[in-house]
Design a protein. Structure first.
Length: 270
């Protein structure tokens, strides 16, 4: 009772009081703000497990990170930097490239004006060792074709389904139609791997997740990772916060917080 904790839950966190199993709470390390705690678990657990547990990232390898300025993207960049001499390719709109370079992306690519696969091939003709794929659809095929021998594509989302403010049935049908499909026999001859990851279906894996969080807390305490906060919004501005993401203006996490309690705001005034 009274401990500051980070919470992992599939839904229901946009409210002032939440009820979660004790196994889904983790003590916050010294010096971490609540905003950082809100930005840590989902993104860094995802990035850690796809890079290290599935991707087996090792020194001198190369990684393509899509949506590199988003939550999982920024986490993945920081985690790549904990391994020696990893070359990072990252897709993002041109306005975010300076920020990506500062964070360690060797080759930012503007996916809006360029074919990212062609750009990767220009720099690395053989392709890359790992592709993190949150896009789905035909982009998973492009990811698979970009892999070096013994390379891995880890698909963890289907962002191509989201094309605007409302569900677009045509976009959904197109993404479904273009969804990558490969047989075990084809994998055999290609010497490549395809992995699927969804943190939301890890509810029963309390010990596994606890081990990952312990590693992440250690990395945070050593100063090797630090959640990147784009902006913080009170609950009553949730529409503006969502718009920030929808218009792809954010670099890092968009955080929602309840209103500041009146007692605290009075103290601040005094």
């Amino acid at each position: 009772v009274g401990d500051k904790v980070m919470v992992l839950a599939r839904s229901g966190l946009w409210q002032e009081v939440v009820n979660v199993p004790a196994s889904h709470t983790f003590p916050m390390p010294e010096g971490m703000s609540f905003e950082e705690a809100a930005a840590l678990l989902v993104n860094y657990i995802t990035a850690y497990m796809i890079l290290f547990d599935f991707g087996n990232l090792r020194p001198n390898q190369s990684v393509l990170i899509h949506m590199a300025a988003g939550g999982v993207g920024t986490a993945a960049i920081q985690l790549c930097k904990t391994v020696e001499n990893v070359t990072i390719f990252g897709t993002a709109s041109a306005s975010k490239h300076d920020s990506l370079k500062e964070s360690g992306v060797a080759h930012p690519i503007d996916y809006r004006t360029m074919d990212y696969a062609e750009e990767v091939r220009k720099i690395s003709p053989k392709g890359v060792d790992i592709v993190l794929d949150p896009l789905g659809g035909s982009d998973t095929s492009k990811a698979f074709n970009l892999l070096k021998p013994m390379g891995k594509v880890i698909t963890y989302g289907v962002a191509n389904l989201l094309t605007g403010q409302k569900k677009n049935l045509m976009a959904m049908a197109k993404t479904w139609w273009n969804q990558f499909s490969i047989s075990a026999l084809q994998l055999l001859s290609q010497n490549k791997a395809v992995c699927g990851y969804h943190l939301g279906y890890m509810d029963e894996e309390a010990e596994l997740l606890k081990g990952v969080v312990t590693k992440l807390v250690n990395l945070y305490s050593q100063g090797k990772i630090k959640p990147k906060i784009d902006s913080v919004w009170p609950f009553d501005q949730v529409a503006e916060a969502m718009k920030q993401m929808q218009e792809k203006k954010n670099v890092g996490k968009v955080i929602l917080v309840p209103e500041v309690p009146k007692e605290e705001s009075k103290k601040a005034e005094n």
